[in-house]
Design a protein around this ligand. Structure first.
Ligand SMILES: [Zn+2]
Ligand SMILES: [Zn+2]
Length: 159
């Protein structure tokens, strides 16, 4: 089932919801701020055409990569290497730690499912059925939507 993750316009906390046609308002659990949402039957079926948060049709897809995990990995590898160095092991031992780290990172990154993000309101959608039709991030589109309030109406720029 598709999940939607909105950002509270008042306190910027994440608000996690499942699409439901009857849900017209979502409430922030942190600050109790309420904001409007409009889910369509398509959203309930896992298709992303209109953004329930801002009703725009412009999205981009990206890998659901958790930067924090990457950083933790790197710190752990650095610690292990330091310990190996301190224990007097030869350089190929602690270099191998980074090779393992790189492989793990690569594997995890490839395993992650893509997510769709709304250019206008930054809502994040997971398990989107039509994710293949959503192109990757486009800088020009982002700038024109965010800074000039341009509406592409779901038609990505051709380059
Ligand atoms: Zn809030
Ligand atoms: Zn939106």
């Amino acid at each position: 089932m598709m999940t939607a993750h909105f950002t509270c316009k008042n306190c910027a906390s994440g608000i996690h919801v499942y699409p439901e046609v009857s849900a017209k308002i979502i409430k922030c659990e942190v600050c109790s701020h309420e904001q409007d949402v409009l889910f369509t039957q398509e959203n309930v079926d896992g298709l992303l055409v209109n953004c329930p948060g801002c009703s725009r049709r412009d999205f981009y897809s990206q890998k659901d990569f958790n930067r924090k995990i990457g950083v933790i990995f790197f710190i752990v590898a650095a610690l292990i290497s330091t310990l190996m160095l301190w224990a007097g092991l030869s350089p190929q031992w602690y270099l191998s730690t980074f090779i393992v780290l790189y492989a793990a990172d690569f594997f995890l990154f490839r395993k992650l499912k893509p997510i769709a993000i709304c250019y206008k309101c930054d809502a994040i959608f997971r398990d989107v059925k039509n994710i293949e039709q959503i192109p990757g991030f486009d800088h020009e589109m982002h700038d024109r939507i965010v800074y000039s309030d341009h509406d592409f109406q779901g038609k990505p720029l051709d380059h």
